[in-house]
Ligand binder design. Structure first.
Ligand code: PMV
Length: 314
C-alpha cells in the first residue's frame, strides 16, 4: 500500500510592540514573530471534520473556519473538502497573538509540502493563501499577522494606502525582557477594527491625527529599541496605550493590567493586538520580571516572561 499524500507546516504567532490599528490606515507598526504558533498536517483523504487543538481546548469546525480554508485552498487550485487537516496551536487563541494567521500559514505550508512545491514562487503563494484566509476571517487585515507568521523576527511593517505590496524592514532588538499576559477573554479582531473604522468615519480628521501620532511613536520606538534606550521604549509604549484607549480599543481591565505592570517595575505596558480583551505586553526594567509576573498572575495567564519577543527558546 502506498502512503497517502501528506505534508506538514508551521506558522508563528506574533506580538505587536507599536502601531496596531493605525497600521490598517497605512501607518507603520513594529511587530515580532513569537517562537510559538501553529503546526498543521494535511493528508489527501476523504474529508473529515476539522478539529483544532489549542492550550485551552479544542476548536470544532465552523462555517467561518470553512470559508477561510476554502479561500486558502483555492490559491493552490485545491479543495479543502478533499483533505483532512489537523492543527495544533500552542498560543492562546483570539487574544491578539495572531493565532489565525499562524494557522493559515501552517496549513498553506503543509499543503505546499504535500504538493512538493518550493522556491520563491511558493513562498509568495503561501503568503497569498494566508492573506486570503485572513481576509475571510478579519475583513480588512493589514497583513502584519501573516508577515509575522511566516517568521520575520522583529520587523517594521507598513502597507501603503494605495494597495501596493507592504514594506517590511527587519530589525535587530537590543537585549530586553518582556512579559506578555492574557488578562481578559478574547475579542473579535473584525469587530474591533470595525469600531475604529466607525470612529474614523465620524471623526476623520481627529482620528488621522491620532494615527499620525502613533506612526511617529512607532518610528521612535523602533529606533529606541534597536539603540537600547529602553526607558524611552517604555515611555512610548505608555503613550501608544493612551492613544489606543482614545481609539476605543482598551478596556478598564486592560488599563488595570497595564497599571499593575508599571507599578511592579515595567518601563512601559500596553495592549497588544486588536484589544477589547486579550493580552498586554510589558517591557520589564532589569530584575523586575518576577515582580511583574506576580502582579499580573492574579489577572490571568502569564504567557511569555523574560524572553525578548521572538527569541528562540533554548
Ligand atoms: O488581534 P490580532 O492578533 O488579530 O491583531 C490585529 C492587529 C490590527 O492592527 C488591529 C488589525 C490588522 O489587521 O493589522
Amino acid at each position: 500500500m502506498t502512503n497517502p499524500i501528506s505534508g506538514r507546516g508551521r506558522g508563528q504567532g506574533k506580538t505587536i510592540l507599536f502601531g496596531e490599528h493605525a497600521v490598517v490606515y497605512g501607518c507603520p507598526a513594529l511587530a515580532c514573530a513569537l517562537d510559538r504558533g501553529a503546526v498543521a498536517t494535511v493528508t489527501a483523504a476523504e474529508h473529515r471534520p476539522l478539529r483544532i487543538s489549542h492550550p485551552h481546548g479544542v476548536i470544532d469546525d465552523s462555517p467561518e473556519l470553512q470559508t477561510a480554508l476554502d479561500a486558502l485552498f483555492a490559491v493552490f487550485d485545491a479543495r479543502a473538502d478533499q483533505w483532512s487537516i489537523d492543527i495544533t496551536i500552542d498560543i492562546p487563541v483570539g487574544v491578539g497573538l495572531g493565532s489565525s494567521a499562524a494557522m493559515a500559514v501552517a496549513v498553506a505550508r503543509a499543503l505546499a509540502d504535500a504538493m512538493d512545491l518550493d522556491g520563491e514562487d511558493t513562498s509568495q503563494r503561501i503568503a497569498r493563501a494566508a492573506a486570503a484566509s485572513e481576509a475571510a476571517v478579519h475583513g480588512t487585515p493589514s497583513g502584519i499577522d501573516q508577515t509575522a507568521a511566516m517568521g520575520e523576527g522583529l520587523f517594521l511593517f507598513q502597507r501603503p494606502a494605495d494597495g501596493e505590496a507592504p514594506r517590511i524592514t527587519p530589525l535587530k532588538s537590543a537585549p530586553s525582557s518582556w512579559v506578555i499576559a492574557r488578562v481578559a477573554p478574547p475579542s473579535s479582531t473584525a469587530n474591533m477594527v470595525a469600531g475604529v473604522a466607525a470612529l474614523h468615519h465620524a471623526q476623520p480628521q481627529l482620528c488621522d491625527k491620532l494615527f499620525e501620532a502613533i506612526a511617529d511613536l512607532t518610528h521612535r520606538g523602533a529606533r529606541a529599541l534597536t539603540d537600547h534606550r529602553l526607558d524611552e521604549v517604555g515611555q512610548l509604549m505608555n503613550l501608544n496605550q493612551g492613544l489606543l484607549n482614545a481609539l476605543g480599543t482598551s478596556t478598564p481591565r486592560l488599563e488595570e493590567a497595564c497599571q499593575r505592570a508599571r507599578d511592579a517595575g515595567a518601563l512601559g505596558a500596553k495592549l497588544t493586538g486588536a484589544g477589547g480583551g486579550g493580552c498586554i505586553i510589558a517591557l520589564a526594567a532589569p530584575d523586575h520580571i518576577s515582580s511583574i509576573v506576580q502582579a499580573l498572575e492574579p489577572m490571568g495567564d502569564v504567557f511569555n516572561a523574560g524572553l525578548p519577543p521572538g527569541q528562540e527558546r533554548p
